[in-house]
Design a protein around this ligand. Structure first.
Ligand SMILES: [Zn+2]
Length: 254
């Protein structure tokens, strides 16, 4: 009987240990908002991801015309395919801050078979470093500036990956308002989400899918926010603080 109890206690202990390890390894989706500034007009940070694919020229043209600054998270893969966009961004370095979205758009989850939204992660830490540093090197080569912020593909991270990316010298760029759910939403839904923006929100949207509704909806929605008196800041002009889970966060696929 005593042996049985001992075995049960052991089993419970091992079970708790395993649960603890699983919890420590559960991927994180960091949420951030702007740190409030006293006596400032209501502020928003617009961050636009360029994962792969092409670029929304009308959206960039609109931001340039309206003098709306944005932080662009670009991959090496996207940079190589969009020379026209690179030239446009370079010509407006006063408006656009270019930051690191990785080399090949590989999520920062580590281990064979790991994936987020169907996109495979990295097999090990070495490949994670290659993804992060490859993205940075491509930005430096294209723009002559070193990125300071990192946003991994899908914006989901293993705790170990988060720690490694920070050790490499990057700050992690979360968000608080997901405007277009990976450029999958229809125009009305995107405009509705933008209308929910509040002082301090960090907006995430996409600038790499011209066939989606994103650019059209962003142009309409951002124009309204600007009219309402919101001022747009880049991440290099602001400080971020952890926030509660994002509004309009995408539901992970089952
Ligand atoms: Zn992306």
């Amino acid at each position: 009987m005593r042996l049985l109890n001992t075995m049960r206690a052991w089993g419970l202990g091992v079970g708790l240990l395993l649960a603890g390890a699983a919890l420590a390894q559960a991927p994180l989706e960091p949420r951030h908002r702007l740190v409030p500034v006293a006596d400032a007009p209501p502020r928003l940070a617009l961050t636009l991801d360029a994962c792969s694919g092409r670029f929304d020229a009308p959206l960039l043209d609109f931001l340039i015309r309206e003098r709306i600054p944005a932080t662009l998270f670009v991959t090496r893969r996207w940079l190589r395919r969009n020379a026209g966009a690179v030239a446009l961004i370079k010509a407006h370095a006063d408006l656009f801050e270019v930051e690191n979205h990785g080399a090949s758009h590989v999520p920062a989850v580590i281990g064979p078979g790991r994936e987020v939204y169907g996109i495979e992660g990295v097999p090990d830490l070495e490949q994670l470093r290659a993804e992060v540093q490859g993205g940075a090197a491509a930005i430096e080569a294209a723009f002559g500036t070193a990125p300071r912020w990192y946003r991994g593909a899908t914006a989901v991270y293993d705790p170990q990956a988060l720690a490694e990316i920070e050790r490499l010298g990057y700050r992690i760029a979360g968000y608080s308002l997901n405007a277009d759910a990976g450029a999958t939403l229809a125009r009305a839904a995107i405009e509705q989400r933008l209308q929910r923006a509040r002082d301090g929100d960090v907006i995430i949207a996409h600038m790499n899918k011209p066939d989606s509704d994103s650019a059209e909806a962003l142009i309409a929605g951002l124009a309204v926010l600007k009219q309402q008196g919101y001022v747009f800041v880049r991440l290099d002009q602001a400080q971020l603080q952890p926030a509660r889970p994002a509004r309009s966060a995408p539901k992970p696929k089952p």
